[in-house]
Design a protein. Structure first.
Length: 458
């Protein structure tokens, strides 16, 4: 019996050794350098193709992103790992220009670099899980050391079903260069922790369900050296920013974006319509913030730039036309962030009940379910610009969209008066509605016929 088992073991050892040798040789001789070159070429082709389509369709014309990959190697048996990854992202100047004058921020007296931002990844890996393959599912575990912290998770590949799970651990806001570029070079400090979970319905993420929980701890904006419009502002303590949301039927509702810090207060809400691919998802987020009275009265720099509490002189930052459009009566600066995730637009949404390209009527429900503020809509008969202060006289080309003409439908009492001395027949010409209002009156008084209207009978 033992001799028979020994004979079977020897016969089985040969194919097992062959299989191990085949896998080992394949792993050791795999052309990872050729794969690295192919990945770079495909990424560059995809970026240029996307930029070309956006230009032809009248969308964003910003330069495509660039990818640098220093080393690519195998990771365990079914994965790959990369080192020295750098993603170069051109700054979206349109979005930066829409922010409240931050495009002029400088650091340590030198102009901040606004041409591009770099996302540096020290180490990243992706590995196909072997056990789910036994039941026909392909699941990929991934992880990356980025922004001074770690991003890890699991996602399905191809047409396989499964949940998406992403965990963020100890990310440093100070190392997120795209965020700093958006703020015009102002430094931002803090840590990010949280998780994102999405479960597709019927294999489609467009109908996914899930949740979002993020916490940005000990957030500080500025360092006392960075210049904003030529003024060095002290660091603003924001504290903890909490972001929570739930997804249902492919609609990610952001229920809370809030922070009540010592120097700044932040509020927000919105939604994201999930699309495939991810970058086509549509965002519709409303965000507003204001500085506390204690911070505005901190020193002469804050009193001059942000305005002293109860002061007679307006804040210097409000002379920026874009900021003026974003300021509300309660002191908040409100913004509407919308569009595809790959090409977000930042529109000011102040006390004039409008959000950039689309103006919502007073009392209407916004897409986020809020009622628009009444604002300073011009009353019937009021002169143009009378209720809007200096905004009506703002020069074109400084970021202000001239919304005076399409703001209100023309009313009868806004029509220009008839020129003095003009004949009676020419008076109703500029206002077609005037003759219609006067037609029913003559039949009530037939006797007083004007003497010049019937010369033949006279």
């Amino acid at each position: 019996m033992k001799a028979r088992l020994w004979r079977i073991a020897k016969l089985g050892a040969y194919p097992l050794f062959y299989l191990l040798a085949l896998v080992g040789c394949f792993y050791l001789s795999f052309p990872f350098d050729a794969l690295r070159s192919r990945l770079l070429v495909e990424f560059d082709r995809t970026q240029r193709s996307s930029a070309g389509r956006a230009t032809l369709s009248g969308g964003s014309t910003k330069s495509p992103m660039q990818l640098e990959l220093k080393e690519l190697d195998g990771y365990w048996l079914s994965g790959v790992e990369a080192r020295g990854v750098r993603l170069i992202i051109p700054t979206d100047k349109r979005a930066a220009a829409a922010m409240p004058g931050l495009a002029k921020a400088t650091a340590s007296g030198e102009e901040a670099s606004a041409e591009q931002s770099v996302v540096a990844v020290e180490h990243a890996y992706a590995r196909v899980r072997l056990l789910p393959l036994l039941i026909g599912r392909m699941r990929v575990n991934f992880g990356a050391d980025v922004f001074g912290g770690e991003v890890s998770g699991t996602l399905p590949y191809g047409g396989s079903s499964g949940d998406v799970e992403v965990e963020l651990s100890k990310l440093q806001l100070g190392e997120v260069q795209p965020l700093r570029s958006l703020l015009g070079g102002l430094p931002v400090l803090g840590t990010v922790n949280g998780e994102i979970q999405l479960a597709p319905v019927d294999g489609r993420f467009a109908k996914a369900e899930g949740k979002l929980e993020l916490k940005l701890g000990n957030v500080v904006v500025g360092d006392g050296k960075a210049l904003l419009q030529g003024v060095a502002l002290p660091a603003a303590q924001i504290g903890d920013i909490v972001i929570t949301g739930t997804a249902k039927d492919g609609l990610f509702k952001i229920a809370e974006i809030s922070a009540v810090g010592r120097d700044l207060e932040l509020q927000g809400e919105g939604k994201i319509r999930i699309r495939e691919p991810w970058l086509r998802s549509q965002a519709d987020i409303y965000l507003k913030f204001r500085f506390t009275d204690a911070y505005r009265d901190h020193d002469d720099a804050t009193r001059g730039l942000l305005g002293a509490p109860g002061g007679k002189f307006p804040a210097a930052i409000d002379y920026n036309a874009t900021v003026k459009r974003a300021k509300q009566e309660d002191g908040f600066y409100a913004w509407h962030i919308h569009g595809a995730l790959s090409d977000l637009a930042f529109d000011p949404m102040g006390g004039q009940a409008k959000a950039g390209r689309t103006r919502l009527p007073t009392g209407a429900q916004t897409p986020a379910g809020r009622t628009t503020p009444p604002g300073r809509v011009r009353r019937s008969g009021a002169p143009a610009g009378g209720d809007r202060g200096e905004e009506a006289n703002a020069p074109a080309g400084d970021g202000v969209r001239q919304m005076d003409t399409p703001r209100l439908a023309p009313a009868p009492d806004l029509a220009p008066p008839a020129a003095p001395g003009a004949p009676p027949e020419a008076a109703p010409a500029p206002e077609p509605a005037a003759p219609d209002d006067s037609q029913p009156r003559p039949p009530e008084e037939p006797s007083p016929t004007p003497p010049g209207d019937t010369p033949a009978e006279g």
